[in-house]
Design a protein around this ligand. Structure first.
Ligand code: PLZ
Length: 430
């Protein structure tokens, strides 16, 4: 097997520079919560491929389901010749997503594609143009979803012009805005009413816990107030659960923590244990406002990806991975809080379930947006963690958040080892 150094050299000659990788090592295999690189080094996985392999890498049921499906047929295109697996995934989505009303789903390949389609459907159903999004939001990298995404570097820089009729309002960010949930919602609603006008709003689109934007958990009461306003305005409330979905936050969907029943939910990532699959699920009357043939794509709901999704969902159910996410939080949060007590550079420990983060700042310094972010120390801690053998991601508008996204099947021993490496990374760097 070629070494990472050799592969890196080959890569530099053929892979576009715009596609970068976090670590310089190349993967040989991965299973459960451990990855092995081609140089024989083992890594503890606190990334899960950005919240994808919730059931673990190469999860046994997923491997078996994919193998069985690939031998039966690989692809027909659901728009040409339909198959049961697609229907079964939509049945699961109808049952698992919050809300006891009739639902329909449409399947796609990536998160961005699901978000684009949710926007199309909401506009079609309401006949209105405006889409409301929030500060720090991340919804994808296609042209429409870049308009929905907040952060310019690295996502948007030089890629405009972006799609129109997208309006950004203030997010509840407890560490930085000093507002309660209802106050933050009233502020955002004021912005919408003054700058967009409720009657023009097709949809309000929000991540119930923001992912790339910094694992921002809005203050309690913010989401329900935004959802209630959206309903009263006759607009569609879309929860982007692409990162938060499928047990990640300690329940099937993060919307459940505050009893939300979104009109539409976008899912991807964790749905299929590593195969590309995404969905828009929601109220039948909204979804079915679209004419036959109005939604689709060659690969959307590919049978292999659907088989993987059915096996992943079965795994989540049988192993109760929502409970596993809560247990990860019960172990990891006290360790992160102890770390914060030792390192004044950690301004806050936050998150839900197995979606946990620390925000890193310059101790004792405040500016107009609260504690001054420290992206340099954040990057240094992550780099040290990588050198120690921990796959660890950063995030945040200010690049100053370290996030934990372990696979939900991570063993106690792997979790403990990963947290110890993170503690070491902080004590040698921060
Ligand atoms: N919505 C909430 O988290 C993807 C992106 C990483 P795709 N997040 C990881 C990167 O740098 O590209 C994401 C998300 C939320 C939408 C998306 C988009 O999902 O499957 O990457 O298109």
């Amino acid at each position: 097997m070629p070494s990472s150094a050799e592969l890196h050299e080959r890569r530099s000659a053929v892979v576009a520079r715009g596609v970068s990788s976090m670590i310089p090592s190349y993967v040989s295999s991965a299973s459960g919560g451990t990855m092995t690189d081609v140089d024989g080094r083992e890594w503890v996985d606190f990334a899960a491929g950005i919240a994808v392999t919730n059931v673990g890498n190469a999860a046994p049921r997923v491997v078996e389901a994919v193998r069985a499906q690939v031998e039966r047929f690989t692809h027909t295109c659901f728009m040409i010749a339909p198959y049961e697996q697609y229907v079964a995934v939509c049945e699961e989505l109808a049952a698992l997503t919050p809300g006891d009303f009739e639902k329909r789903s449409a399947l796609f390949n990536s998160g961005a594609e699901a978000v684009e389609n949710a926007v199309k459907i909401a506009r079609h159903a309401t006949g209105r143009p405006a889409i409301v999004v929030f500060d720090h939001a991340y919804h994808g990298r296609t042209n429409l979803t870049l308009a929905l995404t907040a952060k310019v570097m690295p996502y948007k820089q030089g890629f405009g012009p972006f799609a129109g009729e997208i309006y950004r309002v203030s997010m509840s960010y407890p560490l930085r805005d000093g507002r309660s949930g209802p106050q933050a919602a009233a502020y955002a609603i004021g912005q919408i009413e003054k700058m967009v006008g409720g009657a023009n709003v097709a949809a309000v689109l929000i991540e119930p816990v923001q992912g790339e934007g910094g694992f921002v958990v809005p203050a309690e009461g913010f989401l329900p107030a935004i959802a209630a306003w959206t309903k009263a305005a006759g607009a569609v409330f879309i929860a982007d659960e692409i990162q938060t979905g499928f047990c990640r936050t300690g329940s099937w969907f993060a919307s459940e923590h505050e009893g939300l029943e979104p009109d539409l939910i976008t899912t991807a990532k964790g749905i299929a244990g590593g195969l590309p699959l995404a969905a828009v699920t929601g109220r039948a009357e909204i979804m079915d406002s679209v004419h036959p043939g109005g939604l689709g794509g060659t690969y959307g709901g590919n049978p292999i990806a659907c088989a993987a999704a059915l096996a992943s969902i079965e795994t989540m159910r049988e192993l109760d991975l929502a409970a596993a996410a809560r247990r990860i939080e019960a172990v990891a949060r006290p360790r992160l809080e102890a770390l914060a007590a030792k390192h004044p550079s950690i301004a806050e420990v936050r998150g839900r379930g197995a979606m946990l983060a620390v925000e890193v700042v310059i101790p004792g310094e405040d500016d107009a947006a609260g504690p001054v972010p420290d992206p340099v120390t954040t990057a240094a801690v992550a780099k040290t963690a990588h050198e120690l053998g921990l796959l660890l991601l950063t995030c945040g508008t200010y690049g100053n958040v370290i996030r934990l996204l372990p696979p939900l099947i991570i063993s106690d021993e792997e979790l403990d080892r990963g947290l110890t490496l993170l503690e070491q990374a902080f004590s040698t760097t921060a």
